[in-house]
Design a protein around this ligand. Structure first.
Ligand SMILES: NC(=O)c1ccc[n+]([C@@H]2O[C@H](COP(=O)([O-])OP(=O)(O)OC[C@H]3O[C@@H](n4cnc5c(N)ncnc54)[C@H](OP(=O)(O)O)[C@@H]3O)[C@@H](O)[C@H]2O)c1
Length: 294
């Protein structure tokens, strides 16, 4: 099998490289391979006889996108259009990733979103990812469009310079180094999501890619929590007695609005009997071991 893995040195791309046999893979990374360059894409895809293109590349600077929406659209929509066009021309399967941030507009929502729910993003990043989804869905049929949420994996997000788990551990260590007497960190408690370990996501997607069940999928770990509850569980696994203080989003000013509730249900995977995702709590010790924290 010949598979093009775009963004192979990113957070999710790194874990795909652990799951998919190496001799299947062609690693493609920015800036040598830029999805906004239509000619480069067409040339590569036309000449290499790929069976699957996996696109993990994205512009994911959520706050910066508020001021520079065209940067986000260039990668998350125009770049995706280039890929979809080339895949359609060559009859290649495309696996593309989207986000829980296509939801959030429904302020009263407290139950997980399924693939049947109508997206309503609350920020420019979410809008750009939704535009990319529309391109994929309107262009052709042989796609796996995967919405996921709150990723954390060994490599950390390249775009974001790490992931949430690394940020809170870094924050705690900083306080340890400057010998703060009573260590504490503040974490928002009014944004609900499902933290998802990228190694589990890569295994699940690889299982799906070997089928012909094309379409839209929600793929996250099982369960839900706030960022505060996620942080509490990480420090519990680390056996740390750091104090974690819940705060409201309104106390923590950021340029982009965030959804208050963006939990996704793996409804399609479950319907097909393909869901192998574990609870988010189960995945944390595996991540912490992989990173050498425990
Ligand atoms: N991280 C999350 O919490 C989260 C949540 C929901 C959904 N997602 C989605 O999941 C997917 C994977 O995320 P991730 O955390 O693995 O992101 P990541 O680590 O930031 O990886 C994204 C990759 O895209 C590359 N890239 C950026 N612009 C490019 C371009 N024009 N052409 C080619 N490559 C380009 C980046 O390369 P450079 O670093 O060299 O620029 C990076 O390697 C993305 O679609 C993201 O939107 C992520």
């Amino acid at each position: 099998m010949k598979i093009a893995l775009i963004g192979s040195s990113g957070q999710l791309g790194t874990d795909f490289r652990k799951v998919i046999p190496t001799d299947y893979l062609t690693d493609l990374n920015y800036p040598d391979f830029d999805i906004t360059n239509r000619h480069a894409i067409q040339k590569l895809i036309t000449h290499k006889n790929f069976e699957i293109v996996i696109n993990t590349a994205a512009y994911n600077l959520v706050d910066r996108a508020e001021d520079y929406p065209n940067e986000a659209l260039a990668v998350n929509c125009e770049g995706v259009k280039n890929l979809a066009y080339a895949c359609k021309e060559q009859d290649i399967k495309l696996a593309h990733f989207s986000t829980d941030y296509v939801f959030g507009g429904d302020k009263n929502r407290h139950t997980p979103y399924t693939e049947k729910d109508k997206p309503a993003p609350v920020n420019k990043y979410g809008q750009s990812k939704l535009a990319g989804e529309n391109v994929v869905q309107n262009f052709f049929k042989k796609y796996f469009l995967i919405r996921t949420s709150g990723l954390f994996g060994e490599a950390g997000s390249r775009g974001k310079g790490g992931n949430f788990v690394e940020s809170i551990i870094r924050n705690a260590k900083k306080q340890e180094n400057i010998k703060v007497k009573k260590q504490e960190i503040k974490v928002v408690d009014d944004q609900y999501l499902t933290p998802t370990y990228t190694l589990d996501l890569a295994k699940q997607v690889w299982k799906l890619l070997q089928t012909k069940y094309y379409g839209l999928y929600h793929i996250t770990s099982e369960g839900e929590c706030s960022w505060y509850e996620f942080a509490r569980e990480v420090f519990r696994c680390l056996d740390s007695d750091i104090r974690i203080i819940p705060i409201k989003t309104s106390e923590y000013s950021l340029p982009a609005a965030r959804p208050g509730y963006s939990v996704l249900e793996n409804a399609e995977l479950k319907r097909l009997g393909l869901n192998i995702m574990r609870s988010w709590q189960e995945t944390i010790p595996d991540y912490l071991k992989e990173k050498g924290y425990i």
